[in-house]
Ligand binder design. Structure first.
Ligand code: ADP
Ligand code: MG
Length: 612
């Protein structure tokens, strides 16, 4: 089965097959009946809509329950601009895409302050309101009766560059537009943008800590998704020359969503399969027309239970987020960690930080400093506030009191992605990676902030963008060598044992080229061999001049590496100094070690709860 999946995937994604399919449709269309050509035209629109929903829901993890509204915005915009205002096709259809995009942007505007659920409700509300406005605003939209007489191929009054387009010309045009849009979307998904969308989908907190802004990314997803739907609407308007509100109601929105889920969330090829099914199926299901919702409900339930990853999960390999071509151009020999300039001894300064959760003081008036090229261990029993302190420094929590300064600038209260962008990276006590990404894709995510190529250059796959991707892939190679994970670089992370995840997470933070790195129990759960690899990475960080904060229980591991030690107990600093001194400190012995020179492994210290 997996050999078959591989074959079908290569077939469906091979440029030769794609060009051949386009050519067959383009040159074969004259031999088909008018009715068939029109259905194929609708198929193209359904593909565009499914791709749009896939980008938004499958890739970025955001839900749209009003997609027909964005589609309708485009359709009415192009229809009205041409019929009433008299603008040409070359203006009205791009305008339809822009108006759809603007609507998507506005609907998703609250993304910074609200949960996904709320945005989904916003799209639902938008879809419902759109339909009512169309029905009520007779003068502009023709109301419930609909807008007829839109210049179209059916009426033979649609012109482009002075030529009158017939149904066949128009199908060919829609085919080419669909192919180009798919190529652009494909470039976009297999780039840092698609990876960032998917990272937001997998874990907003982890994405934020890599410098990926969650609100901006979600807005971008809604804007692009709605823009594509608007484009499909603009094309639809001139296919039949009539627009009625019922073409853009909730049922249509649900149909688009069902198409995408059945195709397989995340898979572009799956969307094509599913769009084919849902374009031709309704013809066969005419008898059930009045039970439309029941049929869609059953199809959806059936899919979710039996094929959670849709047709794509059944027939195709999982989608990838790096262009295969980029992998071929990687130049070997790159350094894993660029040395950090440390000509001035600015540091990470934590001053009097207190963090309260209700009545509980998790971190109590803690002050400490990190220095370039030095490793500071943060130790203390479970529940002593170590992770909470890291969460405060990295911007996940706003401290109750105190300040954090980084290179002289107060960063307290800044959004996590801004702190990451300033070069302060962290890892999590429970690794937060993208399970469906390969090791390589996960690592590359770390470099997100360092890319300079614009979204446009990336989407057009310009040589500058491709070169940049190849350069970061070379750094990824160097990091996989240092972390000892070369062999698994192209395996999906979810298929790997736990130890690899820790190494990948540390490596991912390094790809951000941090100036300071906070490691929350990076050695927990590692084998001896993996610990050696981790120690090598941490030493390399020190040599490159990074400030390193290392939370660790494993005393032997800590003793070999660290320069300074800070011990926390019940949220307070009870010791600050070197490791020898710590072993003799009565306060530390009492609170944590029990006796000098014992190895207090995580197992000794009771239940570990992972927050953040
Ligand atoms: P450590 O990492 O040192 O084991 P933590 O920082 O995870 O300790 O936790 C310190 C204390 O703060 C614990 O008592 C924990 O239960 C509490 N705590 C941590 N995060 C939260 C939170 N988000 N809400 C409430 N209590 C929390
Ligand atoms: Mg912890």
């Amino acid at each position: 089965m997996s050999a078959f999946r591989g074959f079908l995937t290569r077939l469906m994604t091979h440029p030769a097959t794609i060009l051949a399919a386009i050519a067959v449709l383009f040159f074969g269309a004259p031999f088909l009946s008018n009715g068939t050509v029109q259905i194929l035209g609708f198929l193209m629109l359904n593909i565009l809509l499914a791709q749009s929903m896939n980008l938004l829901t499958g890739i970025a993890g955001q839900i749209s329950l009003g997609h027909a509204g964005f589609y309708g915005m485009g359709a009415y915009a192009s229809g009205i601009l041409m019929k009433t205002v008299g603008l040409p096709f070359l203006v009205t259809v791009p305008a339809a895409a822009m108006i759809g995009a603007l609507t998507g942007y506005l609907v998703s505007f609250p993304a910074g302050r609200v949960r996904e659920f709320y945005l989904a409700m916003m799209t639902l509300a938008f879809g419902l309101i759109f339909r009512e406005v169309v029905r009520e605003w007779d003068g502009l939209t023709g109301g419930a009766v609909g807008l007829s007489g839109v210049p179209s191929t059916t009426l033979r009054n649609l012109t482009l560059f002075g030529f009158t387009l017939d149904a066949l010309d128009y199908f060919r045009l829609v085919l080419i537009v669909t192919a180009i849009v798919m190529w652009l979307v494909h470039n976009f998904i297999q780039s840092r943008f698609g990876r960032a969308f998917y990272a937001i989908h997998a874990s907003e907190v982890a994405a934020g800590c890599l410098g990926i802004p969650r609100a901006g990314t979600k807005r971008m997803a809604y804007t692009l998704g709605a823009g594509m739907a608007g484009l499909a609407g603009g094309l639809y308007a001139h296919m039949i020359g009539y627009l009625g509100p019922e073409s853009f109601d909730l049922a249509r929105s649900i149909e688009i969503l069902v198409t995408t889920v059945v195709g397989g969330l995340g898979s572009m090829a799956g969307q094509i399969l599913s769009a084919i099914v849902f374009t031709f199926l309704p013809e066969k299901l005419q008898v059930f027309a009045q039970y439309q919702f029941i049929v869609y409900g059953l199809i959806l339930a059936f899919t979710l239970i039996l094929l959670p990853r849709g047709l794509a999960g059944l027939l195709l390999l999982p989608p990838r987020f790096i262009k295969p071509a980029s992998l071929k151009h990687v130049t070997p020999a790159d350094v894993a960690i660029q040395p950090v300039r440390s000509d001035f001894d600015s540091t990470l300064v934590v001053e009097g930080v207190t963090m309260r959760f209700g009545g509980l003081t998790a971190v109590d008036d803690v002050s400490l400093e990190l220095h370039p090229g030095r490793i500071t261990a943060l130790i203390g029993p479970n529940g002593s506030g170590k992770s909470t302190l890291v969460n405060v420094i990295s911007g996940i929590y706003q401290p109750t009191a105190g300040t954090v300064r980084f290179f002289g600038q107060a960063i307290t209260g800044l959004a996590d992605h801004r702190i990451a962008a300033a070069g302060l990276l962290r890892t999590f006590q429970d690794p937060r990676l993208v399970p469906r990404f390969t090791v390589r894709e996960n690592l590359l995510l770390g470099a997100h902030r360092r890319y300079r190529a614009s979204a446009l250059a990336t989407t057009l796959n310009l040589p500058s963008a491709a070169r940049e991707e190849a350069a970061f892939l070379a750094t990824v190679d160097a990091v996989t060598r240092m972390a000892g994970i070369v062999d698994v670089a192209d395996q999906p992370l979810e298929s790997l044992p736990y130890g690899y995840r820790r190494l990948v997470e540390v490596g991912r933070a390094l790809l951000a080229q941090p100036r300071a790195i906070l490691l929350d129990e990076p050695a927990a759960g590692l084998s001896e061999a993996e610990m050696t690899l981790l120690a090598r990475m941490i030493r390399a960080m020190k040599e490159a001049g990074l400030m390193v904060l290392l939370i660790e229980h494993h005393m032997d591991f800590v003793a070999e590496l660290v320069d300074d030690v800070v011990v926390l107990d019940s949220g307070r600093v009870i010791y600050h100094g070197d490791i020898q001194g710590m072993r003799q400190s009565p306060a530390v012995i009492e609170a944590y070690l029990g006796a000098p020179d014992t190895d207090a492994g995580p197992g000794d210290s009771g239940l570990e709860t992972a927050h953040a």
